[in-house]
Write a protein that binds this ligand. Structure first.
Ligand code: COA
Length: 259
């Protein structure tokens, strides 16, 4: 991988994708998106990776799309940028492993939109989230008008999208955007604790759970229930289902193999 603005590493089953463009507060342009895409693909392909964490620095998660770059853009430039970012966001949202956004500082615009592609958002008390695009005479173009109202109450999402206001960590947790907020110095421990809990589960069952929830969000309840039924029944063909139920009956801890 040839990365300039993103750091990628793996350790103890976790893939760390760290945005690293400090002089521009991790602003996202097509190069950054492309690099996130490379890192996501590497994490997806690596069987040793069980959980993916997307993060920034202590100061900033990401302050959104690169305004300097966009300021000179045409309609076709905007399509090109969003085609690229859309592809990357979908690949992050669809990765069949649990994903955690670890947020410190600003997660604005495209930064928040990337975090919304993750299954969990754990933040430090310094986190500030928002979709300020309306202040630039545009609207969110990376899923903000779609993923946020699907995640939280419509009126709260509408207030964020239409006023462009910034929302501090504690309020964002109350809104349901953040799973939880912890002191800055405990953020990574909290993320590792969640990752470790997830890694103790069956990876095939986690994959099925994620697929059922993600696909179910976009279909009728009836169709969603059928998706769940198929995945539920499919799991009875796995070793992990036999192991999980045997362990319960034998009053011991299950040892899942992801098979
Ligand atoms: N795109 C491009 N550059 C950005 C940026 C963005 N989204 N966000 C910050 N930067 C740059 C600033 O231009 C500045 O660069 P410079 O030092 O070369 O002038 C540098 O990052 C530091 O930002 P600065 O504004 O000085 O930091 P701050 O701490 O005073 O304010 C923010 C932080 C996040 C409140 C402010 O930078 C901001 O509002 N950014 C834009 C957020 C936004 O609208 N995002 C949605 C884009 S669609």
């Amino acid at each position: 991988m040839d990365l300039k603005y993103v750091l990628y590493s793996t350790e103890d089953g976790i893939a760390w994708i760290r945005l690293n463009r400090p002089d521009k507060l991790n602003a996202l342009n097509h190069v950054v998106f492309d690099e996130i895409g490379q890192a996501v693909a590497a994490a997806a392909a690596d069987d040793d990776v069980r959980v993916v964490v997307l993060t920034g620095s202590d100061k900033v998660f990401a302050a959104g799309a690169d305004i300097e770059h966009m300021s000179k853009g045409t309609i076709s430039d905007a399509f090109k940028l969003t085609d690229g970012s859309f592809r990357i966001q979908e690949s992050l949202a669809d990765i069949p492993k649990p994903t955690i956004a670890a947020i410190s500082g600003y997660a604005l615009g495209g930064g928040l939109e990337l975090a919304l592609c993750c299954d969990f958002r754990i933040a430090s008390e310094t986190a500030v989230v928002g979709l300020p695009e309306i202040n630039l005479g545009i609207i969110p173009g990376g899923g903000g008008t779609q993923r946020l109202p699907r995640l939280i109450n419509y009126s709260l999402a509408a207030e964020m999208v239409m006023t462009g206001g910034m929302v501090k960590a504690e309020k964002a947790e109350r809104y349901g955007i953040l799973n939880r907020v912890v002191p800055q110095d405990q953020l990574m421990d909290e993320v590792k604790k969640l990752a470790s809990k997830l890694m103790s589960k069956s990876s095939v069952a986690l994959r099925a759970a994620k697929t059922a929830m993600r696909k179910g969000l976009n279909v009728s309840l009836k169709d969603g229930l059928h998706i769940e039924q198929d995945l539920f029944c499919m799991l009875f063909g796995t070793e992990d289902q036999k192991e999980g139920m045997a362990a319960f009956l034998e009053k011991r801890k299950a040892e899942f193999k992801g098979k």
